[in-house]
Design a protein around this ligand. Sequence first.
Ligand SMILES: *Cc1c(COP(=O)(O)O)cnc(C)c1O
Length: 385
Amino acid sequence: MIDLTPAPVPLCDILGQYQSLQPEIDAAVLRVLRSGQAILGPEVAAFERETADYCGAKFALGCGSGTDALLLALHALDVGPGDEVILPPFTFFATVGSVLRVGAKPVFVDIDPLTYNIDPTQIEAKITPKTKAIMPVHLFGQCADMGEIQAIADENRIPVIEDAAQSFGSSFDGKRCGTLGAVSCFSYYPSKNIGTLGDAGAVTTDDEALHKKMTALRNHGSEVKYYHKYVGWNARIDAIHAAILRVKLPHTEAWVEGRRAAAKRYDTLIEQYSLHGFFHRPTVMPYGRHTFNQYVVRVPAQHRDPLVKHLKAEGVGCEVYYPLSLHQQECVQHLGHREGDFPNSEAAARAVLALPMFPEITEAQQRRVLDVCAGYVKQTLKMVA
Ligand SMILES: *Cc1c(COP(=O)(O)O)cnc(C)c1O
């Protein structure tokens, strides 16, 4: 019997990047193992130099994860109890989690319904004398409106921390992420634009004093061994991950272009499949370079969860980023928010759907995704009729 079941399409292809560079990555990992230098050392220093150069920032510092990056930025800027940090409620939990972990109060500002990024027109009203930082997130690979945000930040003398975890390689107005705030935070979690096979992160900055402080914070707050200037923690990047990322870094541009080409194909195919009435496609702002860490469509809310079920049953990967706005999470009930406080974020949580996206995705795979979506639409329309 010939199996005629179409091949499954994964949401992302973690092994694709590894397989395409396997000899180099294997050699890099072995180089670290054989050197015995697993903690910091030359591999990490080279990774930091190359990352700073790629972003166009003066300094980069490797750390244990994107979450560590956010914590390093907040600690370095002395954000703590009694302080407020402005951020969007529609992002991965780590953004708000890090603010809460340093003891500060998260102050949410609703998102723009088209870009899913923080709405700059609503920021000023939330600034108080306690506001210690503004933390925009560049969601799904597209920068927040950094021109507006930086203008408000400058006027009020408040530092900006970029949560660029999903946006390595993105840019705003010709400037790369990593240079768009006082401190920028990256994650190399396997599904990010460039990912390692484990956890890692980085912070970048042009400010030498902040870089020095974050360097100390990453290593238990010490500048001189066993003398502790700050209460830091172990936020170090493993040398193995630095070595893997050094192999991957020169391929970032090609992979980003692969994602952008795939997004363009989705845009066209959605129209070809006459799904453009059903799917609201991503809005790409002219001010920057969208790197499509995710290709997220919006569907009529009543169809979202049934469509997810249908896609999964047909072997098509998909994901909902994110099903619950952060102000409605159980662990932040003490902030006293209610349903309706951030309507754009709540509406997005009900309607968004991420389709398979990775640099190597083929047109045939994308057609399969849309075949399955079209099948769902046809079937439900029949039921209605
Ligand atoms: C992934 C992510 C983080 C956290 O990164 P980790 O490396 O998983 O700790 C933070 N913010 C956003 C927006 C993310 O997508």
